[in-house]
Write a protein that binds this ligand. Sequence first.
Ligand code: KIV
Length: 258
Amino acid sequence: MKVTTKCIRKKKGVEKISMITAYDAMFARLADEAGVDIILVGDSLGNTILGFESTVPVTLEMMAHHVRAVARANTNAMVVADMPFAVAHKSFDTVLDACAELVRSGAQAVKIEGGAKMAEKIGCLVEAGVAVMGHIGLEPQQVLKLGGYRKFGKTPEERQKLLKDAAELQKAGVFSIIAEMCDAEAAKELSASVDVPVIGIGSGPDCDGQVLVFADALGLTQTPPSFVKRYADLRAAVIGAYSNFVSDIKNGIFPERK
Ligand code: KIV
């Protein structure tokens, strides 16, 4: 049965939510077979798959192309698509059109970075019928301004800001919130402060769920963030397999004549 926003909301306090990124049909199918609740077509597409330095250069067209690929996997898992930086800060009409494009491409919900500062726009989107997931703490789309990635919520001021961001997003009607790179104690307080599920990444164990970038979880990235748990070592496995392929060709072992 297809996971919906209602299913995700109902999991709060009952069952932890699992979420992983996928950018194509093959890995979306694999995540779905494993029973993942939410597949995120994240704009981490930019640095994970497309070779950019960050998520900033990702466009709506790139997002829609990969959302369509994931949607073709026809998963039970809910499909959430990131609103790219290039669009998120434009006018409400433009952002609504972008949501429509992502939904037409197969997303059930759209994730938008930014807390209180984005709440008014998100409220209008929800009013219009868009299912929105919030994203606070580290906002990777702000990396150029921040000058790098770091933890949030270590100081009382930042902790208060996180709580305010979450409260405003909840008021705006989001069905869940991503808390990225938040101090673990702050994330715990944050999760307890709202009724919607808070899904953490690099934010400790006390959130209502966890999300990872698939390439980090599968050990495909060379230097994953320190909070990542690697569930496989696919980088070594793939390089090993390709090396065998190359050597078989060079040595005339593959293909066999028969
Ligand atoms: O784009 C992405 O993959 C994300 C996750 C890191 C939450 O936003």
